[in-house]
Design a protein around this ligand. Structure first.
Ligand SMILES: *Cc1c(COP(=O)(O)O)cnc(C)c1O
Length: 391
């Protein structure tokens, strides 16, 4: 911790835990203390820590070939492209290195589409409380002013409307609008689940008005909501979709995918040196195949029901808890006052890692391979932690 404060830019208030290794849902710190990890590296470790299938794929690929650039064909990249396209409603994919970069590509694709097929339309409507990433373009896309204020001027071309409000969305469209970009469930913005029919209404509106629908599935994709892709949980297909987080089983990789009709790029429009790198693609292919072969999204859904029961039971015991809400293995617990730092700290001590979402909210997002016993144990530790935080 002293080394960090001396050398590392101070951008995140870290928990005082130095994690050394992990296995499945558990991690251990340098003192050998064990924790249930309900942060999953920020919704990344969907197939669990140190998943042996992913570890073997990485080790084998590391001994074979790491990097070529997209000047050449490589098999790991194309195996990953095939499994993603064959298991989604999308027709084409491009790989990059993070969620923000996946959205950047999706935004460029929409602008390209507008420039060549929609008479120069370029504006994208996104939602308030959305989170799309940290590049300047995604800071502009993100509907939270505090990410924008100190980085002016931010790129133009975005407008923001309240999430889950179809009339506001309709009212914001102009003849310059080319796309609507949404997270199917807002994650970082507060685990906000749209009401029944909202996403279908957005889809219908897009179809009627020749607008592209972009889903930022960086967090909801790869099983988090209990279906392989979040859009499946709502029965609504986007034209363009961004993925990252859970895609690589822990290695940094992102992707944006599109239906053929939306795929307006021509050679030279976009690119990446590392995007589609053999190592990250081998890991992502192994992780994605593991998710599909073992129907891990179905486990996420079943375990999500158990998490809900556990959280509801804890809520009944503490007046300070206002609400629990979530879906699959993405849950938020909301408090009446700003006790989240105290709760997270006390849960660390009790052996449960949580994500402090807001001063008055915590987020729970375990690996999707989490077991019933692990959830029960996590709920015991959570109850202990909340009790100690309030004591
Ligand atoms: C995390 C996240 C991003 C940004 O991804 P990075 O890999 O951190 O760049 C974008 N969109 C959503 C919905 C996210 O959850």
């Amino acid at each position: 911790m002293d080394v960090e404060s001396k050398y590392y830019m101070f951008l995140v208030r870290r928990q005082p835990v130095v994690i050394e290794r992990g296995e499945g849902t558990r991690v251990w710190d340098v003192d050998g203390k064990e924790y249930l990890d309900f942060t999953s590296g920020w919704a990344v470790n969907n197939v669990g820590h140190a998943n042996p299938v992913v570890a073997d794929a990485i080790a084998e690929q590391a001994r074979t070939l790491l990097q070529t650039s997209n000047q050449f064909y490589t098999v790991p990249q194309l195996k990953l492209a095939e499994i993603l396209v064959e298991n989604s409603a999308m027709d084409k994919v491009f790989f990059c290195n993070s969620g923000t970069e996946a959205n950047e590509g999706a935004i460029k694709l929409a602008r390209r589409y507008g420039a060549t097929r929609r008479n120069g339309a370029f504006e994208i409507i996104t939602a308030l409380n959305s989170f799309h990433g940290r590049t300047m373009m995604n800071v502009a896309a993100t509907g939270q002013p505090h990410y924008q204020e100190l980085f002016q001027p931010i790129p133009p071309g975005f407008s923001h409307v309240p999430f889950d409000d179809i009339e506001a969305l309709k009212g914001a469209v102009t003849d310059r609008t080319v796309a609507i970009m949404l997270e199917p469930v807002q994650a970082e913005g507060g685990v906000n689940i749209p009401s029944q029919g909202y996403l279908q209404n957005v889809r219908d509106f897009c179809d009627e008005n020749e607008l592209l629908l972009i889903f930022d599935e960086v967090q909801t994709g790869l099983g988090r909501l209990g279906t392989l892709f979040g859009y499946e949980s709502f029965g609504v297909e986007p034209d363009i979709m961004a993925l990252a987080k859970g895609l690589g089983g822990g290695v940094p990789i992102g992707a944006f995918m599109a239906k053929d009709d939306a795929c307006a790029f021509v050679p030279g429009d976009h690119g990446s040196t590392f995007g589609g790198n053999a190592l990250t693609c081998a890991a992502a292919h192994a992780s994605t195949k593991y998710l599909i072969d073992n129907d891990v999204p179905a486990n996420a859904k079943r375990m999500g029901d158990r998490i809900q029961q556990g959280l509801d039971a804890i809520k009944a015991k503490f007046d300070v808890i206002n609400e629990v809400r979530g879906m699959g293995c993405l849950w938020g617990m909301f408090f009446e006052s700003d006790v989240s730092p105290a709760v997270v700290g006390a849960c660390n001590d009790a052996g449960l890692l949580l994500n402090p979402l807001r001063p008055n909210a915590v987020r729970l997002m375990p690996p999707l391979t989490v077991s019933a016993d692990e959830i029960d144990q996590a709920m015991e530790r959570l109850e202990t932690g909340i009790g100690n935080a309030l004591a």
